[in-house]
Design a protein around this ligand. Structure first.
Ligand code: GRF
Length: 254
């Protein structure tokens, strides 16, 4: 599949996607063929150019007909919003049903919607007093941060967290979760059904392997949670990449 990434900011999630799809196993299902941004000077466009990926400045992000035309001309099959701050026009959402994904740095449906981006999200999470935040990848509809949830991963909120500290902890998880979900959708193992529900699974394990495994991701994060009252909960312990992928597969057998 030809994948377009839309981003407004620094593009670290774009970086994670580029790294992931450079691997032969992932490259078999898709390639990042273009990057679009509403900001002409965004780090994302710079990153795209540095990787030799076609980059496009979206002059008028509200012009859905123009955006749809441009993406069609580029032969795009799948659109990934990675820190894209504009609403995706209806024309684009309708033209790629089940083929537009977004990453949000909290556990939706809480802490999302218009104006909820960047540090605002994490400040709201901290102000609310919740103990768990996380990352959400979802299929996009014509509203901000709405649409069927494809995957979520929990991240603890510590008592003395600043919004910046929490953002950094969640971002690490975003960089792992997003590429896995994009690959699952690109390879067809995960999809949005016409019933509006998400079907399939994330990760490379067969059903038999999943059943045979005794690992379970929540207990890992449960371990992280138990640090909430520790004296110095400096860092969340995350599983290594292979274990993370395996845990995702276990967490999302649909
Ligand atoms: C990420 O937290 C993403 O979830 C949010 O904006 C941030 C973008 O970071 N929507 P980057 O541009 O990928 O570094």
């Amino acid at each position: 599949m030809r994948i377009a990434v839309l981003a407004s900011g620094g593009g670290s999630n774009l970086g994670a996607l580029l790294t992931h799809f450079a691997r032969p196993e992932a490259a078999a299902s898709g390639a990042i063929t273009c990057v679009g941004s509403d900001k002409a000077d965004s780090g994302a466009l710079e990153r795209a150019r540095a990787h030799g990926v076609h980059s496009v400045h979206i002059g008028d992000p509200r012009d859905g007909v123009a955006m749809r035309g441009r993406l069609r001309d580029l032969g795009v099959d799948l659109i990934v919003l990675a820190g894209y701050l504009r609403l995706v026009p209806t024309e684009v959402v309708m033209a790629w049903p089940g083929r537009v994904l977004n990453i949000h740095p909290a556990l939706l449906p809480a802490f999302g919607g218009a104006g909820m981006y960047g540090l605002r999200v994490h400040s709201a999470v901290i102000a609310s007093g919740v103990l768990v935040s996380g990352a959400t990848v979802h299929f996009v509809d014509e509203h901000f941060d709405r649409g069927a949830i494809a995957a979520q991963w929990p991240v603890p909120v510590y008592a003395h967290d600043t919004a910046k500290e929490l953002a950094a902890r969640v971002l690490k998880v975003e960089h792992r979760l997003l590429p896995l979900v994009v690959e699952a959708v690109a390879s067809g193992t995960l999809s949005l059904g016409t019933d509006g529900r998400v079907h399939g699974h994330i990760g490379m394990l067969s059903e038999a392997q999943q059943q045979a495994s005794t690992r379970f991701s929540i207990s890992r994060e449960g371990g992280a949670q138990s640090q909430l009252h520790a004296a110095d909960p400096a860092e969340v312990s995350l599983p290594d990449d292979a274990a993370f992928a395996r845990d995702i597969a276990l967490l999302y057998p649909r």
